[in-house]
Design a protein around this ligand. Sequence first.
Ligand SMILES: [Zn+2]
Ligand SMILES: [Zn+2]
Length: 804
Amino acid sequence: MVSCNFKAIEKKWQKKWEQEKVFEADVQKKGKKFYVMEMFPYPSALGLHLGHTLNYTIGDILARFKRMRGFNVLYPMGFDALGLPAENAAIKAGAHPKTYTAQAIKNYIKQMKNLGLSYDWSKLVNSMEPEYYKWNQLFFLKFLERGLAYRKKAAVNWCPKCNTVLANEQVVKGCCWRHENTEVEIKHLEQWFLKITNYADELLDCIDDLQWPQKIKIMQKNWIGKSYGTEIDFEVNGKKFPVFTTRPDTIYGVTFMVISAQHEKLMELVTKEQKKDVEKFLKKIKSVSEKDAVDLEKEGVFTGSYASNPATNEKVPIWVGNFVVADYGSGMVMAVPAHDQRDFDFAKKYGLNIKEVISGGDIKKNAYTSDGKLINSEKFNGLPSEKAKEEIAKFLEKKNLGRKAIQFKMRDWLISRQRYWGTPIPVIYCDKCKIVPVPEKDLPIKLPEKVTFGKGNPLATNEKFVNVKCPNCRGGARRETDTMDTFVDSSWYFMRYPDNKNSEKPFDKKIEEYWLPVDQYIGGIEHATMHLLYSRFWTKALRDLGYVNYDEPFTRLFNQGMLHGEDREKMSKSKGNVILPEVVSEKYGIDTARFFLMSLAAPDKPRDWSDKGVQGSLKFINKIMNYFDEVKIGKSNRKTESKLNKTIKEVSEQIENFQYNLATIKLRELFNSFGEEESKDVLEKSLKLLHPFCPHITEELWEKIGNKTLITSEKWPICDEKKIDEKFEKQEQAVEKLKSDIEQIKKLTGKQNPKVYVYVLPNEKGFYSEVKSIKIFAVNDKKKYDPENKSKKAKPNRPSIFIE
Ligand SMILES: [Zn+2]
Ligand SMILES: [Zn+2]
């Protein structure tokens, strides 16, 4: 049932908006600014699905609302165009990643325009353009100068499917974040890192001030993972091995040590006798990050070496285990099986000693992890745990065998990728001069077009790219062939939008000062410990380099809820339940789809698409369209004026607070309350309220009632409190209540087509008369039909009901 030609209406207004450049932000303008954006997508040939529509409509409604409220709004869009998915898809499709991605972007832009999204396309940022990634390279050089970028050999996570290393953040339960069934392998490689750990404290301290969802804040806090403890020196083969612990009070209960399977110096500890066992073990285990280590089946094997406990001078065996992270502390932990469940399980499994040093538990069954009094701990016996922690730390410190220490779980950010479709790292290796930064004047180092895929690192296959002269000594040298993790691109793209065409600098300082930080950022929770953490780090690093003058990039963050398919499952190509916005637009019009998506649930809650459900929204939209065909423009009564002003007040607050679903209810009620005749003012204001949700049809109707301007550039209506008549509002609530009570009673009695009698106070008879198919009596009506004497129960605004 499509009674309107929605498509023609949509095209007409999209063209007008574009012609009149109504969504272009004035970067030079003064006054109140509002910077709102969604996370930019990576363009795939699959195009946008309805989940994107939901996400972007949330931002679009806010952007349109703020513009009408008089803000200078910047609402840009861009493309996270570099990266592995594009490279892989291109190879599969036999196309060059550049051609493939450019095509996908073209399609995305077309789709986004069809959705009626009010982006300022003149601010487009596309990370595959050398004009963009040039600045990644510049920032990298600045970081290098400052010691924020460095190269080191490290045990790194390698995904055999991606054919590249991954950052710790990209390893999920021992598998690749892109390939959930592909176990990550460990390789020891020379790689580039960014020193995000320099900012660990600040990244942690600033979290509380952010207006972000609590869940994300907690995830970041846990990821950064600050803990206070003691570093204790154990002696291994005559060398000191500092080991971090938060429980120095259990030092006398250490019965073995566990070294990480990824430890650089592991093989130095493995004796001849144990070599075979250890090698066999290493082959079968996966890589772990700290957050995965918790749910992992603990496994290990003896190295053949021993460590000496500085408190007791006892020798304890060193095992290699799969649950110790290589670069947490020194990559070795002390095991206290009596007081740590993980160590307890491990000791039981391999028949290792368990020594109780804190009283209070029953260590035959489980580790006792609470506090208690020390036992079996020589001169510290009898001390409570908390006190013992201090005393033992002091004792070790005095003997120079330990010291107070702070430990973070977060590691430095590994940014080298052995792949093609990323920003080339601007570094040259010379035998004489070692690592030589590319001079700034030679930027950008562009990606060469011609490379061979599938034979190791693609950039290494282009001789002309690789073989260069050393900028320092002019001798023969080699260019770095790794590219940057594409999370570098997304770490600062929001700074580039306002000044996206600047060819002299990443951005102009004045423009940046006006627009940044982003007032409202919208995106998925899956970026909690990657993009959202990296961007915070980047902002702080650029601040210290003098590029920006704020501490945090995103003042407010909103996580949208997931849109599920008709089958209540997450939309995915393999399940065949992906809904395309084109199909929905064709059937119902995009305004109907937008209105329906927003009415389903609060924007941060999950929701299911339903073809049946959308019919309700379509009926509503059609009803409005038909209403404006027939309405007599004249005067509105006091009741409608009251309702309108109340709705202005409520909808304004609801949009501001992301309660879009509540706003759609209020908008329905408003339009449904209209009579045959209404004033132009009432109709205009109502259309303005509906505009952010249904931008196309409201433009059409705005024109239809005689306006020459664009509604999208109009001022948002202001609530006239004087016109709100609380008596009307209360009456209306009472009528709604009566209707639902009657429905309830009908359901309970189970009667088909019952007769309904309602008894009301005499002065209320008038306004209840709009309730259909009931018989109303005033309680003092002598001729009323009232066999059960229900009329006695009626109270002000609370009629009583009789059904037979
Ligand atoms: Zn992978
Ligand atoms: Zn040189």
